[in-house]
Ligand binder design. Structure first.
Ligand SMILES: [Zn+2]
Length: 317
């Protein structure tokens, strides 16, 4: 900016006496004008090139959101996931490094439905700031039919489609130069999710058993979509241990509804699940809630299909 201003000043100073001046000073003013115009052109050029040169940076909070976003963004945006593999999203707390990563992202993709309470304070503070280029924060649950107190919307591929469309719209807003690409890749991914939905429907429709007990309430959306029922839940709130009274209720439900299967979660050796299974002669299977993992674009579909295999075996016993 500074040299341009100086040129401006110089041109204005010279402009007055031009008519009386010898030819030499005219060529000086012409030269200065020329330099000024060149510098303007240069500036314009660099502004035009910026969006194509630099990929937008996108951060997602949890693993399924990474799969959704990466599947839409492909190589047109830099996508990273905030929570490391193995981190539990219900009880997560932000590190100072996390806060820096989030603040640097152009787009932040959240699940919503109260899952990321650990992010709310930071995003509120950010909303109040007057930064010239506002960060785009996506609530991917927007438009999803919410079941109260269950944030696990992604376990229903139908909800996943809604989440993907919200993510697509945010990417287009942040990076309009690649709008057509995002629209096309999102369209392809939605078709894959619809195929997944059909596969699940074909397997769950004829299942012998429809009711199950799970470790923490995560499968309400899935169960609702495919005619299954989460008859009881061991942990009333995530990571909590059941009270003796709640245990008595669970055992009552299992006996009266003749439930044969308990769904635990991968990597969670759970003493209460084991005891319950032994006492009531239940089979323990592991269903993934898809809250954490080594993320990739195809991760979501692979994990959902792995869950489907478990369901097929467990619920046909
Ligand atoms: Zn959960």
């Amino acid at each position: 900016m500074l040299p341009i201003k100086e040129d401006n000043v110089s041109i204005r100073q010279i402009a007055g006496p031009i008519r009386k001046s010898p030819p030499g000073s005219i060529s000086l003013s012409v030269l200065l004008c020329f330099i000024f115009l060149l510098s303007c052109q240069d500036r314009q050029k660099s502004e035009e090139l910026k969006p194509a040169d630099e990929k937008i940076s996108v951060i997602t909070t949890i693993a399924p959101l990474y799969s959704f976003t990466k599947s839409v963004a492909g190589d047109y945006a830099e996508v990273e996931n905030l929570l490391p593999s193995g981190a539990e999203p219900h009880e997560y707390s932000l590190s100072p490094e996390d806060a820096i990563r989030i603040s640097k992202a152009r787009v932040v993709v959240t699940n919503g439905v109260g899952l990321e309470t650990w992010l709310d304070k930071m995003l509120m503070e950010d909303k109040e700031s007057d930064s010239p280029e506002k960060q785009i924060v996506v609530d991917s649950s927007s438009g999803v039919d919410i079941i109260s107190n269950d944030p696990h919307i992604w376990l229903s591929p139908k909800n996943a489609v809604i989440q993907v469309k919200n993510i697509r719209d945010a990417l287009i807003r942040a990076d309009p130069a690649n709008a057509e690409r995002y629209a096309e890749t999102a369209g392809d991914y939605v078709k894959r999710l619809e195929l997944l939905d059909r596969e699940i429907r074909e397997v769950t429709g004829p299942l012998k058993r429809k009711e199950f007990v799970s470790l923490h309430s995560a499968f309400l959306y899935f169960a609702k979509d495919y005619g299954l029922k989460e008859a009881a839940v061991i942990q009333e709130t995530p990571e909590s241990e059941p009270t003796p009274r709640h245990m008595a209720e669970i055992m009552d439900v299992i006996k009266t509804r003749k439930i044969r299967v308990i769904f635990s979660e991968p990597g969670v050796p759970h003493k209460i699940v084991e005891t319950l299974a032994k006492d009531l002669n239940l089979q323990v299977y592991s269903l993934d809630t898809l809250e954490t993992g080594d993320v990739s674009a195809g991760w979501y579909e692979a994990k959902m299909r792995a869950n489907l295999e478990v369901l097929k075996e467990a619920m046909n016993r």
